[in-house]
Unconditional design. Structure first.
Length: 317
């Protein structure tokens, strides 16, 4: 008998086609719980596929990904952005290999592509206490202004993210131990937390609720140019433009919503707030992240170890 040729144990392709990469992209996005991660990965993978199609016929392998890393570096992107793109491409390769569209050897090679070294640290933008006060005072006395003021209060006074302001519901504003708090606030990584609301911040939220007539559901709603409140909730862009609008009135340049979250951390720390409590407030997984938000600098003239209260006994003359 003529021995029959044994089929390959696994029918894997040497490389993935464009339609297969698109399907792998969809599969990768379905594994991500965070809306922000899905948006970031979708952009990164789509950008890679566009570049991949623009080049002469390539094979999806380690060499091509290294070439793409060099392409991103020539665009003068930050190391964090480049590494985020590479992370998305590694996930794309893993998913393609799982579906049998890419050989495991090629996927392993792609996974071993190193990221770009981070040189230094990106400088954050913080407001002084006076600037923060001027920003809060810059809101207008109309429906849009009351809404802007309430959103600024939550960003600055509670350290909320834009997405957390957008998704905030009236049922989450409750009282605990005689203090107004936001309960069951789910942030990055699905980590729930309880956020205390300062009295001045609550006044801003109450003013918006009183003038807008919102009594259930989402706290913040869209407002037409004529001043009519709609039932639809606001988007992240509405929060962005609210910050920009008030910053312009206060004469503060280059201010983003996340800068108010950083400012909240630094002002809390400067008022004597414990690092651990600030970490709870912001919902950070690690205290190192909170330290970066505070942006503390070493003070040599007023060193912390000068306050230990220990003295040396003097010898009798």
């Amino acid at each position: 008998m003529v021995p029959q040729k044994q089929p390959n144990s696994v029918g894997l392709s040497a490389t993935a086609t464009i339609p297969e990469l698109q399907q792998s992209k969809t599969a990768v996005l379905n594994t991500l719980a965070s809306v922000h991660s899905r948006r970031s990965y979708a952009h990164a993978i789509e950008r890679f596929i566009v570049w991949y199609c623009s080049e002469p016929r390539l094979t999806f392998n380690r060499t091509v990904v290294v070439r793409y890393r060099s392409f991103l570096e020539r665009l003068s992107l930050s190391s964090a952005t480049i590494n985020s793109h590479l992370s998305a491409i590694r996930r794309l390769a893993d998913e393609s290999a799982e579906r049998g569209w890419l050989s495991p050897e090629l996927a392993i090679g792609i996974r071993r592509v190193k990221g770009v070294k981070r040189l230094g640290r990106k400088i954050g933008n913080w407001l002084t206490r006076n600037q923060a006060q001027e920003l809060v005072n810059a809101t207008s006395k109309n429906l849009v202004g009351w809404r802007d003021g309430a959103m600024l209060g939550l960003l600055l006074g509670c350290g909320l993210r834009r997405s957390e302001v957008v998704g905030l519901s009236l049922e989450q504003l409750q009282s605990r131990e005689g203090h107004c708090v936001i309960v069951d606030l789910v942030g990055k990584g699905g980590r729930p937390r309880t956020v205390p609301v300062p009295s001045w911040c609550k006044e801003l939220v109450d003013a918006w609720l009183r003038h807008s007539g919102v009594c259930e559901g989402r706290v913040f709603r869209r407002v037409l140019k004529g001043g009519t409140r709609q039932e639809a909730g606001v988007t992240a862009n509405v929060v962005w433009y609210a910050v920009k609008r008030c910053a312009k009135q206060a004469g503060i340049a280059n201010l983003a919503p996340h800068d108010l979250r950083r400012t909240c951390a630094r002002l809390c720390h400067s008022c004597g707030g414990e690092l651990e409590q600030i970490q709870f407030l912001l919902g950070h997984a690690s205290v190192q992240t909170t330290e970066r938000y505070i942006g503390s600098k070493q003070k040599l003239q007023d060193a912390v170890n000068d306050r230990l209260g220990i003295s040396v006994a003097r010898e009798n003359a």
